[in-house]
Design a protein around this ligand. Sequence first.
Ligand SMILES: Nc1nc2c(c(=O)[nH]1)N[C@H]1C(S)=C(S)[C@@H](COP(=O)(O)OP(=O)(O)OC[C@H]3O[C@@H](n4cnc5c(=O)[nH]c(N)nc54)[C@H](O)[C@@H]3O)O[C@H]1N2
Ligand SMILES: Nc1nc2c(c(=O)[nH]1)N[C@H]1C(S)=C(S)[C@@H](COP(=O)(O)OP(=O)(O)OC[C@H]3O[C@@H](n4cnc5c(=O)[nH]c(N)nc54)[C@H](O)[C@@H]3O)O[C@H]1N2
Ligand code: SF4
Ligand SMILES: [Mo]
Length: 685
Amino acid sequence: MQVDTVCRLCSSCCPITAYVEQGRLVDAQRKTLLPPDKAWPCPKLAAAADIVYSPARLQHPLIRQADNSFQEASWDEALDLVASRLLECRQEHGAEAVAWLRGMAADWGAPWDYANRFMNAFGSPNCIGNGSVCHVAREIAHNYTYGAMTIPQIQKSDCIVIWGKNDQHTNPPAYDAIVQARNRGARLIVVDPVRTGLAAMADIWLQIKPAHDGPLAMAMIDQMIRCGWYNAEFVAQWTTGFEDLRQATAHYRAEDIAEQLSLQAADIQAATQLYAQSETACIIDGNGLDMQLEVFDATRAVAMLRALSGNLDRAGGDLIPQPVAARNIQLKECLPESSYPVTRDYPLFNSFHHNWGLHAQSCVIDAILEGRPYSVKSLLVQSGNPAVTMTDSNRVNQALSQLDFLVVIDLFMTRTAQYADVILPASSCFEKTQLNRAYLRNSLVVLQNQVIEPLHNSWPDWKIIFELGRRLGLKEEFPWQCVEEAIDYQLEPSGVTVAALREQPEGIRSASVKHQKYTEIGFATPSGKVEFASERLKQAGFSAVPFADGRLDNPISFAGQGDDYPLIGISGARSSSFTHSQFHKIPMLLQQETCAIIDIHPDDAGPLGISSGDQIEITSPRGKITLAGRTSQNIKPGTIRIAWGWGETEPTANLNSLTDDHRRNPITGTPGNRSFMCRIRKLGN
Ligand SMILES: Nc1nc2c(c(=O)[nH]1)N[C@H]1C(S)=C(S)[C@@H](COP(=O)(O)OP(=O)(O)OC[C@H]3O[C@@H](n4cnc5c(=O)[nH]c(N)nc54)[C@H](O)[C@@H]3O)O[C@H]1N2
Ligand SMILES: Nc1nc2c(c(=O)[nH]1)N[C@H]1C(S)=C(S)[C@@H](COP(=O)(O)OP(=O)(O)OC[C@H]3O[C@@H](n4cnc5c(=O)[nH]c(N)nc54)[C@H](O)[C@@H]3O)O[C@H]1N2
Ligand code: SF4
Ligand SMILES: [Mo]
């Protein structure tokens, strides 16, 4: 039997066909426009059955005993215990002392809405996602510029700019599209401090100094304006603040600043000319801009290039999405007016989108450890592994151990779950039907279909939340007996149903794709135009224009701490074989990548007597880790690249033991765990 569904082993949400024999998942293939032998393979999907049937899967609910061991329990026992402890906590400390912390795994679609609905109905404003270190921090910057996060139209583009993204490892459908575009002659510009596969195939690769993307974008804007390489008609009619932007960019002449970005002015100029003078051009921005202290203004400056070049919302440019008309089911209106979330200090980030909710995740740790702005005593962690993936692991681990009550909903016994009082075993993505946000974003709805029955005694996330809600007296809020009912309710305004989606596995388009929609409805900003200068930001005490003060220095964690930490540590890159902290115990995936590696340029390795294979200790002001060294020309001298995600299986290689959560972006609360100062030494010396 074969089942059309969506893979959720990572956030790419690829449409796939799953093959089932006698109720068992045996294989899965990604659907692609390319011939199968030409499509980029995904090792995680190839290992899907090994992941699903891994002997390490959690099989039953577990409850911690007085002697600290875990005892298997029935769902009734476990959920009754969770419900009674949450009610006790609410009684004693108020509902807001209960928080829900979400990782990326169970999706940002309906499962995110269910968690928000649950918390809002319970009375706590604290349902918090991890978007401050992921793409939501970029999304707000797009939003403040032209009202929505754009989608690059790779297939029809003459020039593709890849800015801090590595689709070859993180998004195979996009990678296929880039390769296809390249084959038909599209030009490629890559901005990345690392020589990735995409950088190697680029026409122009700007090997930027980590975390200096904002000034680079400003230099490109400066040149476009000075050379007249911008769409003057669009700018005159559809933008505000052009003159303010022009003045700000005067600080960022390519000739003056190139050296500080580790670039050549001529390369910046060539990239700008290619981008600006291509008939159509799109920009794919990525996680290289996230987790940076300057994420907001850097992304804003990049976003402004799209508007200046006239590529906004046109074929081959960057599409303003047409969201599917879905019901907002989060029940935010249930919260008392006086309540405020632990993320209170980031009001713009909290409110920029009608259903993104809260994402300044570091605030949860502040609340647990420091009672700031008030104490969180009980925490539910769903589909995330904060002990490894959140910034400054020592601080996070201290917080997890200090909680009165911790519930973890996961497939595996993670480092986070080890702190839990109750562990609830979730079903994998192949064991449940789900509505993903990726398919609510832009007109085409594709359903993630259940492929096999839930394994062991696991439950899908939706069922765990609905059942827990009902135990807390929220029967009216969770009336649905199956997920199909819930999805149909949410999709009702669009007219799309689960039954229809199952009939049309390629998806249902809720609206036909339109370009230049702004000519009819404007942009979703207060002025209805693209805002080079934002009055909203000014009113909130921030600079209306990005980088108006001409700043260039110190956007890296621990910068300015002297010679003790001379190297810039780059977090990443992601590997095709793993999703963050996941799958490092799956033998088939481990075969391809056996251990955590740090890349060091030979110029840095030589004087320290380092050769490939040596054990290298990396130290930052927060901690130390040890990884296997590899000399590499893929990075510049002065930078090292540290493998991501190994902290789950190798705690001594946990990258976030090095990162800093003190300094954060003032708008998004984003710490700088993508780039930070550190030092290295060869062990055994
Ligand atoms: N230094 C540094 N820090 C980073 C990053 C980095 O590159 N460098 N990346 C950041 C980014 S972009 C992100 S998104 C975060 C990721 O942070 P997390 O979301 O915490 O990352 P994962 O390790 O993928 O953890 C997901 C957990 O969910 C479980 N899981 C999988 N599927 C399901 C499911 O269907 N239901 C439930 N309940 N659980 C499930 C998995 O077993 C796993 O334990 O990390 C961030 N932190
Ligand atoms: N296989 C796999 N796929 C995944 C994931 C996974 O863990 N594994 N995670 C999923 C998630 S949650 C996310 S957020 C996406 C992220 O997907 P991507 O956005 O592709 O993220 P990364 O590969 O972490 O980083 C992208 C590139 O940014 C570069 N970079 C680092 N520092 C800088 C900088 O200062 N400036 C610039 N311009 N570039 C920089 C890195 O070298 C890297 O090549 O991937 C998703 N897909
Ligand atoms: S990239 Fe691979 S693991 Fe991620 S969703 Fe697509 S097929 Fe699944
Ligand atoms: Mo992410």
